[in-house]
Design a protein. Structure first.
Length: 173
């Protein structure tokens, strides 16, 4: 085919396509005349009241009293654990630990405590449990712990707990 023939065929096709959809185009033009927009007028802008900021009586955000603990709360400066890093056994509840051994060495008593993870040795003065429990005495059969907890009046009070030496059942000693 020559170029003029192709051009004539293309013009014929374009002409047919334009006439083919003319009824749809007329209907769309007729419908567009009756359409009204449904967008409402926006409400007037209300300017917020001006508030002055005064920080004279507020605590500085960089103050040491604002230090956060791992749990995300503010530290209690009156707590027995303030000012010292927590010890390993303070991460476990006291009920999840067992006293499995006691040994005396050079006049000092050591206790072996089984945690959910692994056994750990402690001595008098170490801390144990989440309630700031301090080991105050280790004997051949028990370990005395003095815990500090808050009472109903939000005051720190001491309470004593005892972990007894656990012996394996069925073993003759």
């Amino acid at each position: 085919m020559s170029f003029p023939r192709v051009a004539v065929l293309l013009l014929a096709l374009v002409g047919c396509a334009a006439e083919e959809h003319s009824d749809i185009k007329e209907w769309m033009a007729e419908e567009a005349k009756n359409i009204k927009g449904g967008v409402k007028e926006p409400p007037p802008l209300i300017t917020p009241p001006i508030v002055s900021y005064g920080a004279k009586g507020l605590m500085s955000p960089f103050s040491p009293e604002k230090v956060r603990t791992k749990e995300g709360g503010l530290t209690d400066l009156s707590s027995p654990g303030a000012g010292r890093p927590p010890e390993y056994l303070e991460t476990f509840p006291l009920e999840s630990m067992r006293l499995i051994g006691v040994i005396g060495y050079r006049g000092q008593m050591f206790a072996l405590v089984q945690t959910p993870d692994k056994p750990k040795h402690v001595t008098v003065g170490n801390y144990i449990g989440p309630n700031f429990g301090k080991i105050i005495e280790i004997t051949k059969s028990q370990m005395k712990i003095s815990e500090s907890v808050k009472d109903a009046n939000d005051l720190w009070v001491k309470r004593d707990k005892i972990l007894y030496l656990q012996q394996d059942e069925g073993v003759n000693k």
